[in-house]
Design a protein around this ligand. Structure first.
Ligand code: GLN
Length: 429
């Protein structure tokens, strides 16, 4: 089956650029473990896919090779898009989502640091899941952050996602952050999944201003339907949820400042033409090859990491993260899964977002997806129906750590219940 891989995941001998000039000439010497495992399962790599440079973004518009457009645009009921305007594919794994939605590949890999698999999956009308942190190897993933990032899977159906998950999950001796104290049991999908007796939580704090009525209606309609099918739907509270954006931003920028330090023009990647001193070479190389988004995150991260600021920012963010984590654990005493939106609307037009900088765009786009990254729990975006614009609307299920089986069985139930009209139905569907 054909496979596409986000271009921040290493493939031996094949350019892996992170959609940045910095790695435009980078041909890795090894293949990421998850890709290797998919090769072992019989998949064939047909291409590397576009992303926001180094995964920093939620739209796949901040890439050196240009934006990825949402394949649904052409099917949209709007006929008169301004010249050059398009529906965004979401991001940062927008290339992977577009490839799957348009039927080019059976499945694709993305990376999800704050929502980068689920967000484009939602906008492109496909299934996108990030596993429990530590379930998939990150060996060969060029890191954006460390503790919030997982490789994730994008496919058209839940069954395809489960096949890929079963092929890649489990301990990897090359990645010390994968779990080694528990054996991965393959996820089994029920022939007739049911939600009878399942306790589904609706987090009160996920009701925020700015989310479109259509998204809210879809959310409550599906909650009602699940109740009718026998689920116990109840409100839960996650009191520290409003801090997720700020908390994530600090952790992300600090990780970026440190992870990007390796790009200095000496070992690999772009090298500027400045030989008078090593420092001048570093500075010129980084100036030439990082875009503004990457540079500004490095600046902010280094500021937060200054000795005088460290406690006030990084340590505080780590503490707030722990509070958010505890909120989640507590809510999972009362419910088995959470049901939430993934995005605030259907895929926006590029022109609706282009006046906002990358930071503002992420603030708007990542709200619903970030909590799973900060807490390490698995989450999946499932396409539900079409909006009035004729574009996909999706919902998110969030599960307990290592409860991928319940998560995916419930996603399968939703998929059958909704019978979403896919854009393209390839032969393997
Ligand atoms: N939008 C978030 C960011 O830019 C998340 C990106 C991601 O998940 N890779 O950091």
């Amino acid at each position: 089956m054909p496979l596409a891989v986000k271009d921040n995941i290493c493939t031996k001998g094949i350019k892996t650029s992170c959609a940045s000039l910095m790695l435009d000439n980078f041909h890795p010497q090894y293949t990421a473990t998850v890709v290797q495992r998919l090769f072992g399962a019989g998949m064939l790599l047909v291409g590397k896919t576009n992303l926001d440079s180094f995964g920093m973004g939620s739209s796949t518009v901040d890439s050196t090779i240009g934006p990825t457009k949402n394949p649904w645009t052409s099917k949209s009921t709007e006929t008169s898009l301004d010249d050059g305007d398009f529906r965004i594919a979401g991001g940062s794994s927008g290339g992977s989502a577009a490839a799957v939605a348009s039927g080019i590949v059976y499945g694709a890999l993305g990376s999800d640091t704050g929502g980068s698999v689920r967000n484009p999956a939602a906008y492109c009308g496909i299934v996108g899941m990030r596993p429990t942190y530590g379930l998939f190897s990150r060996h060969g993933l060029i890191p954006l952050t460390n503790s919030t990032e997982s490789i994730g899977i994008l496919t058209q159906t839940v069954e395809q996602c489960t096949h890929m998950l079963n092929a890649v999950a489990g301990h990897d001796p090359l990645d010390s952050t994968t779990y080694h104290d528990r054996k991965f049991e393959k996820v089994k999908l029920a022939a007739e999944p049911s939600v009878k007796g399942l306790r589904i939580g609706i987090p009160q704090e996920f009701h925020i201003r700015g989310t479109s009525e259509e998204v809210i209606d879809t959310w409550s309609q599906i909650a009602d339907n699940l109740e009718k099918e026998g689920a116990i739907v109840k409100e839960v509270t996650l009191p520290h949820l409003s801090y997720t954006i700020a908390c994530y931003a600090i952790i992300n920028y600090c990780d970026v400042a440190s992870n990007m330090a390796r790009y200095d023009g000496i070992e690999y990647g772009h090298r500027a033409d400045r030989e008078e001193s090593t420092e001048a070479l570093f500075a010129q190389t980084r100036h030439e090859a990082f875009n503004n988004v990457v540079r500004s995150r490095i600046f902010a991260g280094n500021y937060f990491l200054l000795r005088n600021n460290y406690d006030q920012y990084y340590v505080k963010a780590a503490k707030v993260r722990r509070l958010i984590y505890k909120d989640f654990l507590k809510s999972f005493n009362d419910v088995d899964l959470l049901l939430t939106p993934v995005t605030m609307s259907d895929a926006p037009l590029h022109s609706q977002l282009s006046h906002l900088d990358n930071r503002r765009q992420c603030e708007m786009q990542d709200f619903y997806t970030l909590p799973a990254n900060l807490t390490g729990v698995p989450a999946v975006s499932v396409p539900i129906k079409l909006s009035d614009n004729g574009l996909p609307l999706s919902l998110q299920l969030i599960g307990r750590h290592f409860d991928e089986e319940l998560l995916l069985n419930t996603a399968l139930f939703l998929e059958r219940h909704c019978n979403f009209p896919y854009l393209v139905r390839p032969v393997w569907s």
